[in-house]
Design a binder for this molecule. Structure first.
Ligand SMILES: C[S@@+](CC[C@H](N)C(=O)[O-])C[C@H]1O[C@@H](n2cnc3c(N)ncnc32)[C@H](O)[C@@H]1O
Length: 274
C-alpha cells in the first residue's frame, strides 16, 4: 500500500476538521492538523493502518475525550508532557508558576513538585534550570505512573502518597523550591467546569473542598518544616482566592506575595521561609 499523497492528506484533514466542528470543537482546524500529524508520525506504515488509527482518534475526540488524552501528550511550557487516562492535563496558566519558580531556582537546588500529576511543573523546571535535584509526589497511582514516564528520563524521583508523608526524610528542611498545584476548585463549583474536566479528569485532581483551599492549608501547615531557610513554596490559585491563599501562607509563618498575569488568567502565591 502507498502513503497518502498531499492532495489526499489535505482532503482527509478537511474532513476531520468538519467532523470535529460538528461535534462542537472550537479549534477544529488546529485539532485536525494535530491528529493528522500524529497519524503520519505513527509507526504503522500502511495507509489503511494509519487511517484506522486516525479514525479511532477522531471517534474518541468526537465523543468528548480531551484532545490531550487522544494525542497522548500536552504541550506545556513549550515541551510535550505525556498524559493519558486518569491524570490531570497541565494547563497553560500554570506556566506562570513555572516561570516564578525558575526565577529563584539554581542548578544543584533541591526541588519538590508536590501534587505533581503528570509531573509537568517539575519537568518544565528541569528544562529551564538544568541540574536541579528533582523529587515529585502524588496521591493517585495513575498520576504517579505518568509522572515516572515524564520525570525519570530527567533524573527525577517520584513517590506515591499523601502530600509530604511519602517524601524521603532527608529532604526535611532542605527544599529550596517547593512547587505545588493543588486541586483548588470549591466543591460547589465542580458542576460548572467544562465537561472535559468534569467528566474525564479524576475528581481528586480538581476538588479543593468547601472554599477550594483545604489542601493548600495542609501544604502550608508543614511547609516551614520542609523548606530550607530562604526556600520558597509556590502555589497556584485563582484571582478570587488569591487573598485567602496568601493569608493561609502568612498564618503558616511564610512571607507571601501574589503574582498575577491577567493575560494568562493565572495567579500564583509565592511563600518564602525567612
Ligand atoms: C490540579 S492537579 C495538578 C497536577 C500537576 N501538578 C499539574 O499542574 O498539571 C492536582 C494533583 O494533586 C493530587 N493530589 C490531590 N490530593 C493530594 C494529596 N493529599 N497528596 C498528594 N497529591 C494529591 C491529585 O492527584 C492531582 O494529580
Amino acid at each position: 500500500m502507498t502513503q497518502p499523497g498531499n492532495r489526499d492528506i489535505h482532503d482527509i484533514e478537511a474532513d476531520v476538521a468538519r467532523r470535529l466542528r460538528a461535534a462542537g470543537c472550537v479549534f477544529a482546524e488546529e485539532e485536525a492538523a494535530l491528529l493528522l500529524a500524529e497519524m503520519l508520525g505513527s509507526e504503522a506504515p500502511e495507509t489503511l493502518a494509519n487511517r484506522l488509527a486516525l479514525e479511532r482518534m477522531v471517534a474518541q475526540r468526537v465523543s468528548g475525550v480531551p484532545l490531550e488524552y487522544v494525542l497522548g501528550w500536552a504541550l506545556f511550557d513549550g515541551i510535550r508532557v505525556r498524559v493519558g487516562d486518569g491524570v490531570f492535563v497541565p494547563r497553560h496558566r500554570t506556566e506562570l508558576l513555572v516561570e516564578a519558580a525558575a526565577s529563584v531556582t539554581r542548578a544543584g537546588d533541591t526541588v519538590v513538585d508536590l501534587c505533581c500529576g503528570s509531573g509537568a511543573i517539575g519537568l518544565a523546571l528541569a528544562g529551564r534550570v538544568p541540574g536541579i535535584e528533582l523529587t515529585a509526589a502524588d496521591i493517585d497511582p495513575r498520576a504517579v505512573s505518568w509522572a515516572r514516564v515524564n520525570l525519570e528520563p530527567v533524573g527525577g524521583h517520584v513517590f506515591e502518597g499523601d502530600l509530604y508523608s511519602t517524601l524521603p526524610d532527608n529532604l526535611r528542611g532542605r527544599i529550596r523550591t517547593l512547587v505545588c498545584n493543588t486541586p483548588y476548585v470549591p466543591t460547589a463549583d465542580i458542576a460548572l467546569l467544562p465537561p472535559e474536566a468534569r467528566l474525564y479528569e479524576p475528581l481528586g485532581t480538581l476538588d479543593g473542598g468547601d472554599d477550594g483551599l483545604d489542601i493548600q492549608r495542609r501544604v502550608a501547615d508543614d511547609a516551614l518544616a520542609w523548606l530550607a531557610p530562604g526556600g520558597t513554596l509556590f502555589v497556584e490559585t485563582s484571582e478570587a482566592q488569591a487573598g485567602p491563599s496568601a493569608q493561609i501562607m502568612r498564618a503558616a509563618g511564610l512571607a507571601a506575595e501574589t503574582i498575577r498575569s491577567a493575560e494568562g488568567d493565572a495567579t500564583v502565591v509565592s511563600a518564602r521561609r525567612a
